[in-house]
Structures are given as structure tokens and as C-alpha cells.
Write a protein that binds this ligand. Structure first.
Ligand code: ZN
Length: 269
């Protein structure tokens, strides 16, 4: 179950399936004042000056109880690359040079916050536990449609299993993203999904309306990718919010036609 929490005026979404400290940001609680970023914009390069973005990161981090200068979140490239990170990478992306690009992270280290940025794409936070129900590793991934089609969720699961986590001991929160109510796509999108994920995914998660327009369900696709490789469905929490429908809570690339702020979605072991 997802809960919307008000922490000193900062609104965060948290999932009850995860034991690890984590949060999906909303736009409520920040100091950005531009029309399109108003609120808690957490990305550089969207129009806010860097001091404003770093101040927002401090506000968000304080609400979450983490150190802002430790947060790792580098530019994303719509790939399926999930990078293992360590304390040496702390602060990478916000406070010092990116060094690499990727769309996901995994770490076994404590107190090392990893975060993915979204504004309609699917943020997914994961944790792998041992037989004593202790968290062994955490992961955060950014699944846009390309990452979804290239099975980035499966990459994260494989990397958790490489750490000798059993797949049935993996817990997953699929965060707020653009939902099928608003996510209109083209024929080429449907074809790519069929090529990369198979006809079953196309039939189940891409629906045509009577007027011929086509809508896609990225949450459903990622849910099925996870369960098809063995993550128990009861271990997966899916946020019901659509970022495009809920203007008060979320930035949306689609609704705002590209002129928008960005959310950060963080997990820390
Ligand atoms: Zn919607």
C-alpha cells in the first residue's frame, strides 16, 4: 500500500512493502518558483538555478532523514543499465561530475542513497532480503517505455540475485507514473513492445479506443516482467496515482509538454 506522508510540509509517497528508508517525491514542499517547476523540482537543467535545485534536495533529504551530499543520481539515458555503486560514488550527479550515465543503481552499502529521476516515467524501488528478512541490497530504476521494453526491471532482479538474494525475497514498489488513462502512444510503440516483450504484452497492456487512439500501461508491463521471473505478486506494491492526471502532486512531461520539473525517487539501505 502506498501512503502519502506530510513531513513538515514536504509530501512524500512511501510503500508499506519496503523496509528500507525510501520515498517517491511529489512537487509539494519545495522552493522552485518558475511556472513549470513550481514546487520541489529535483533536477538540474530544467530552468531552476542550481542553488534552488540543491536547496530542494536539502529539503527532500531532510524529510527523508538522509544526507543530501550523499545522494547518487546521474543523467539517465533510457537504457537498461543498472550500475553497482559504492561510497566512492556518493554525491555523484548533484555535487560532482557524473562520471557515467545509467538508468538504475544497486548497492549493498548502508547509508548510501540512490535515486532515479522521473516525470511520467516509472520509478521502481527494490530491496533484496536474506533468509533472516534482513535487507542485503537495494536498487532504484528508471523505467521509461524504452527501459521497460529492454527489461530494466529484470536487470535489477538479476543483479540482486547475483548477490545471493532469492527472488522470492525481493520486494518492489512501483511508483507514480503516467497511467493508461493518459499515456497515448503510437503504432510504432505498440510494434516495439511486441518485438521486444512479445505479443502477450502488446495484447494485455496496449489498448485501442473506439476512435483509434492507443493507450499503454507501463505499470502493468513492469509488474508482469517482475512476476514472470519469480517475484511473488504479493511482494509488489503498485502506486495508483497517475502523474499526468494529478497536477497538484506531480510534474508531468506529457501534460506540461516537456516544460516541467522533475521528481526524485530514493532508497537507502
Ligand atoms: Zn492519467
Amino acid at each position: 500500500m502506498f501512503e502519502l506522508i506530510n513531513k513538515n510540509g514536504v509530501f512524500l509517497l512511501k510503500s508499506t512493502v519496503l523496509k528500507s528508508n525510501h520515498a517517491f517525491s511529489t512537487r509539494i514542499g519545495g522552493i522552485s518558483e518558475l511556472e513549470h517547476t513550481k514546487g520541489l523540482n529535483l533536477a538540474l537543467g530544467r530552468g531552476d538555478d542550481s542553488a534552488t535545485v540543491l536547496h530542494n534536495l536539502e529539503i527532500f533529504s531532510s524529510a527523508l532523514g538522509i544526507n543530501p551530499t550523499d545522494v547518487i543520481s546521474v543523467p539517465q539515458i533510457h537504457s537498461n543499465i543498472v550500475k553497482a555503486v559504492t561510497q566512492e560514488d556518493a554525491g555523484r550527479g548533484y555535487y560532482y561530475s557524473n562520471g557515467f550515465s545509467c538508468d538504475g543503481y544497486i548497492t549493498v552499502e548502508k547509508d548510501l542513497p540512490i535515486g532515479v529521476k522521473t516525470a511520467d516515467c516509472v520509478p521502481i524501488l527494490l530491496e533484496g532480503r536474506n533468509e533472516n528478512d534482513e535487507v542485503v541490497a537495494v536498487s532504484a530504476i528508471h523505467a521509461g517505455w524504452r527501459g521497460t521494453a529492454d527489461r530494466i526491471a529484470e536487470e535489477a532482479i538479476k543483479k540482486l540475485c547475483d548477490l545471493e538474494v532469492k527472488v522470492q525475497n525481493i520486494y518492489v514498489a512501483i511508483g507514480p507514473c503516467i497511467d493508461e488513462c493518459c499515456y497515448e502512444v503510437g503504432i510504432d510503440f505498440a510494434e516495439q513492445i511486441e518485438i521486444k516483450l512479445g505479443q502477450n504484452y502488446k495484447n494485455k497492456y496496449i489498448k485501442s479506443k473506439e476512435n483509434g487512439s492507443i493507450y499503454a500501461d507501463l505499470k502493468g508491463m513492469n509488474f508482469e516482467i517482475l512476476t514472470s521471473i519469480g517475484v511473488p505478486f504479493q511482494n509488489i506494491d503498485v502506486c495508483s496515482y497517475c502523474t499526468c492526471c494529478n497536477e497538484n502532486l506531480f510534474y508531468s512531461h506529457r501534460r506540461q509538454k516537456g516544460m516541467r520539473g522533475t521528481h526524485l525517487n530514493v532508497i537507502v539501505k
